[in-house]
Design a protein around this ligand. Structure first.
Ligand code: UDP
Ligand code: MG
Length: 339
């Protein structure tokens, strides 16, 4: 490390946000300009297919404190945040969405809490503007389910808008699992945590980059990376099916021995076959999900590929303290695996 660290790093994942970037830049400059702290902004272009990369690059050429990492392709929101945190130098790091749903002004309050000695400051959504009832309801159910399944505390109704102290960021860098559910990881590592509340704004422009499919995948990642509960559900289900089968079997035997059976139970067979095979498929599916994750972890691919970096100190590419072979970023191409 040559120069001194900035006090504040703002990490912003960007995926196809060209309509918002000029306004984002304006709001950031206005806010950071009068904050009275040293700062940097780490933009992570998550393989945008619109003009976002070009816009960010132009901004970074004007402002050396704007740093830019461009991924080789779209790796997803959680990985983009990870990359930003891998490279953020600040004493405090704030993760923020690019769409201005997380108002930069809340950061001032977060910094105040950090100065009081907290290591993680969550921004809890007091209200959500402009989001569908479905999104709100699914988030409500999900966070409660998640908390019920885990052994540790997660802050309810907080997204990824949060401040982390440098020790927390360094600790997070050492957690390199592929299916990342960062709000869970932050809960898992502990440290002193506090929260501030805010009203989640409407998206400034564009549409959500989290369609239902991605949201469900995200929820599934969240649960499976912190809990083996679905595996136990499989066991119970199997036990239940076995019990049922045993009961029906005893009954069938009784009917046969009694000699009153007319047409031997076609219905029963159908029900049993359906029951048994569906239970088995379900269990195999759940097993498969975990086995798949094991496979992806043993492949030890880097979490993301970097096509280009701007405004980072030359020759210095801090690697997270992780086992050999798990480097944070590597060049080259990647295969078309989706997360
Ligand atoms: N994002 C990203 N990669 C993706 C999807 C989203 O970097 O694959 C970014 C996006 O540009 C935004 C943030 O992650 O800055 C949150 O996404 P979005 O606002 O679409 O999610 P929502 O607020 O609707 O949950
Ligand atoms: Mg958003």
């Amino acid at each position: 490390m040559t120069e001194t660290r900035p006090t504040l790093s703002v990490v912003i994942p960007v995926f196809n946000e060209e309509e918002t970037i000029p306004e984002l830049d304006r709001r950031l400059r206005a806010f950071l300009g009068e904050l009275g702290e040293s700062w940097e902004v780490v933009f992570v272009d998550d393989g945008s297919r619109d003009g976002s990369a070009r816009l960010l690059q132009a901004l970074a050429e004007q402002e050396p404190r704007y740093k830019l990492i461009s991924f080789g392709r779209n790796f997803g929101h959680q990985i983009a945040i990870t990359a930003g945190m891998d490279r953020a130098e600040g004493e405090a790091v704030v993760v923020m969405d690019a769409d201005l749903q997380d108002p930069p002004e809340v950061v001032r309050e977060m910094l105040a809490r950090w100065r009081q000695g907290y290591d993680v400051v969550y921004a809890v959504r007091k209200r959500r503007l402009g989001e569908t009832w479905f999104k709100r309801l699914s988030a409500l159910i999900f966070y409660r389910l998640f908390r019920a399944l885990l052994g540790f505390d997660v802050v309810l109704d907080a997204g990824d808008f949060r401040l982390m102290s440098r020790p927390v960021v360094l600790t997070l860098r050492s957690l390199r699992e592929r299916h990342r559910f960062i709000r869970g990881l932050v809960g898992w590592i502990g440290f002193r945590q506090a929260s501030v509340t805010y009203t989640r704004q409407e998206r400034f422009a564009g549409v959500t980059k989290y369609p239902l499919r991605k949201m469900l995948g995200f929820a599934f990642d969240g649960i499976t990376s912190f809990s083996a509960f679905p595996l136990r559900v499989a066991t119970w289900l199997g036990a239940l099916a076995a019990l049922l089968a045993f009961g029906v079997g005893a009954w069938a035997l009784y009917v046969k021995l009694e000699g009153t059976s007319a047409v031997p139970g076609w219905t029963t067979i159908m029900i049993l076959v359906a029951l048994g095979s569906s239970a088995q498929l379900l269990v195999v599916g759940i097993l498969g999900a975990y086995v798949g994750r094991i496979y992806e972890e043993v492949q030890r691919r880097p979490l993301y590929t970097v096509a280009r970096e701007i405004n980072f100190a030359a020759g210095e590419a801090p690697r997270p303290p992780s086992p050999p072979g798990l480097s944070a970023a590597a060049g080259g191409t990647s295969e078309g695996k989706t997360t």
